[in-house]
Design a protein around this ligand. Structure first.
Ligand code: FAD
Ligand code: SF4
Length: 497
């Protein structure tokens, strides 16, 4: 009597109840499949990070006495899909049952749905026990009249008793300190740096190359900068809490050419692979605030908690509530191809050059770079959402469709017509100059007219003029639309016009 239990590459949760007992009748299965390594062209660090973290997790399981079958990317079985692999292993091990944890992606959910029919064996599906909410929880929330993230977040704070007074009111008298989070960073406190790690992952990188997986970006395999074990992920969490959390809220919207992450957490890869749980991350921030309220201002801690307890869970809810149709939404009917500079960083626009070059170097950009630099350009220039999605899904080490898609299609491109965001996040050069320092290295200038005028400002007004009817549904944009009508055209029409 053997049960095969499948562990997916983003299910590296050592605290899952599955692993409480060592059982001779259970064989765990982990596999580096080509389908996962090539459903989009991934950044080299993303491929290395996932494979190295999976291998480290597998080694830890075996060391703890669990039975495991592991398929490496260079083995012939790596060419199978999950169903065919489990079919083959079930026959070989005379398995009598199969089990898996709920996948977070639609693609895998559909594939594993066919497992019982393909194998003829009973299949049990377990919750991954990673999120605060179930997949369906947030979907039910969208049935209400008002379903902005802010209302969801308040509900989550109440439900989990986080940052609440005894009477159920928010600590500090406010639910949200977002208004305090809009400072430009001027160099003090000093720029945080990426951690220096000595982990040599050249062997993993050699396997990826031998398997011929498509990739781009700097691999940094000799001194890999991302955590691939739980203890490294815990060290990153400690580093964030000690060094950057105190400034998190204040500079959350800032951009700087001196620091690729500023005071952001850089924890999304560890969270999305489940090496860290959202609860332990939120708890660490709350403990820090309790132990030293002077060093950890409420605005910083609340701002951080909101990202995990609010945005992360909400975005997942949007994904499950709106898939599969969500992946086709294209409210502005945008269809321009992705410019080549998205793959090279080779552009005169310093803000885009910086954000893209950094992403190619580190497989990371912080939220405001993703939203207000590359995302803003993609929105204004009318880039095809499919191409933009594929780019975001490939380039960031934390990119998994459940979180990438609603952020890209919904938040950045407003391709869902305003389901995730209350209006398109569109901005011209003046915004970028206000919140960052890229303009000082640029051949363009947001204040100039003519040849040196900032292309983003031109694109911004052009975007407002191209979509007057569609943009009317966002009352906050009415004054801008009126202004756009009054301005002379500054640019030839963009490719989606
Ligand atoms: P911090 O800014 O320090 O935030 C802390 C944590 O909060 C993050 O680690 C993340 O887990 C969570 N979080 C913050 N904002 C969001 C959000 N909008 N949605 C979901 N979780 C959030 N995040 C991903 O994890 N994977 C993606 O593929 C991804 N694609 C994105 C694409 C676009 C166009 C945009 C605008 C955002 C995207 N995000 C994505 C959300 C966010 O930008 C990243 O989670 C964040 O930049 C990761 O860096 P950090 O850990 O330093 O985050
Ligand atoms: Fe970007 Fe315009 Fe500033 Fe150049 S001038 S960095 S294009 S916002």
């Amino acid at each position: 009597m053997t049960t095969l239990r499948l562990i997916l590459g983003d299910q590296l949760n050592a605290a899952h109840p599955w692993f409480r007992d060592k059982r001779d009748d259970v064989l765990y299965v982990m596999a580096e499949l080509r389908q996962e390594g090539s459903y989009v062209r991934h950044h080299a660090q993303k491929l290395i990070g996932f494979l190295a973290a999976m291998r480290a997790f597998a080694a830890a399981l075996q060391q703890a006495g669990h039975r495991l079958h592991y398929v490496r990317i260079t083995e012939p079985d790596a060419a199978l899909d999950f169903v065919a692999l489990l079919q083959k292993l079930a026959r070989h091990h005379r398995a009598t049952a199969l089990a898996f944890q709920l996948p977070d992606e639609w693609r895998l959910d559909r594939q594993l749905d066919g497992l019982e029919a393909a194998t003829g064996l009973p299949v049990t599906v377990h919750d991954s026990q990673h999120f605060y909410t179930t997949r369906e929880d947030v979907g039910a929330f969208f049935g209400q009249k008002q379903w902005r993230m802010e209302w969801f977040y308040r509900e989550m704070r109440r439900r989990h008793g986080i940052l609440l007074e005894a009477d159920g009111e928010p600590v500090g008298g406010q639910w949200n300190f977002d208004a305090d989070n809009r400072e430009k960073w001027k160099g003090d406190p000093p720029a945080p740096v990426f951690p220096q790690r000595s982990r040599d992952l050249r062997e993993v990188w050699a396997d990826i190359q031998a398997a011929g997986l498509p990739y781009f970006g700097n691999p940094r395999a000799g001194a890999f900068p991302w955590p691939v074990t739980r203890s490294e992920a815990r060290a990153d969490l400690r580093d964030f809490i000690e060094q950057r959390l105190p400034y998190f809220g204040r500079y959350q919207d800032a951009m700087s050419s001196a620091s690729p992450m500023l005071f952001h957490a850089r924890l999304s890869f560890a969270l999305n692979t489940k090496m860290l749980s959202p609860r332990e991350v939120v708890d660490a921030a709350l403990v820090a605030r309790r132990s030293d309220p002077a060093r950890y201002p409420l605005a910083a801690v609340e701002g951080f908690v909101r990202q995990i307890l609010g945005w992360r869970e909400y975005i997942r809810g949007v994904y499950w509530a709106r898939m599969p149709g969500y992946a086709q939404e294209n409210f502005f009917e945008a269809k321009a191809p992705l410019p080549d500079f998205f793959w090279t960083g080779n552009t005169d626009m310093a803000c885009l050059r910086h954000a893209i070059t950094q992403s190619l170097e580190w497989a990371y950009a912080h939220h405001i770079q993703r939203l207000m630099v590359t995302g803003n350009y993609a929105l204004l220039a009318g880039l095809d959402p499919d191409a933009v999605d594929a780019w975001y899904l490939g380039i960031y080490i934390d990119a998994l469709e459940w979180v990438e898609l609603p952020n890209t299609r919904g938040m950045a491109l407003c391709a869902d017509g305003g389901f995730v965001g209350s209006k398109p996040y569109a901005a011209g050069g003046a915004y970028l100059k206000r919140m960052g320092d890229y303009c000082k290295d640029c051949r363009y200038d947001p204040a100039a007219k003519g040849e040196n005028a900032c292309p983003l400002t031109g694109l911004y007004w052009d975007f407002m003029r191209r979509h007057p009817e569609k943009l009317k549904r966002f009352p906050r944009l009415w004054p801008v639309l009126k202004n756009a009508r009054a301005r002379p055209p500054s640019l030839p029409p963009a490719a989606d016009a």
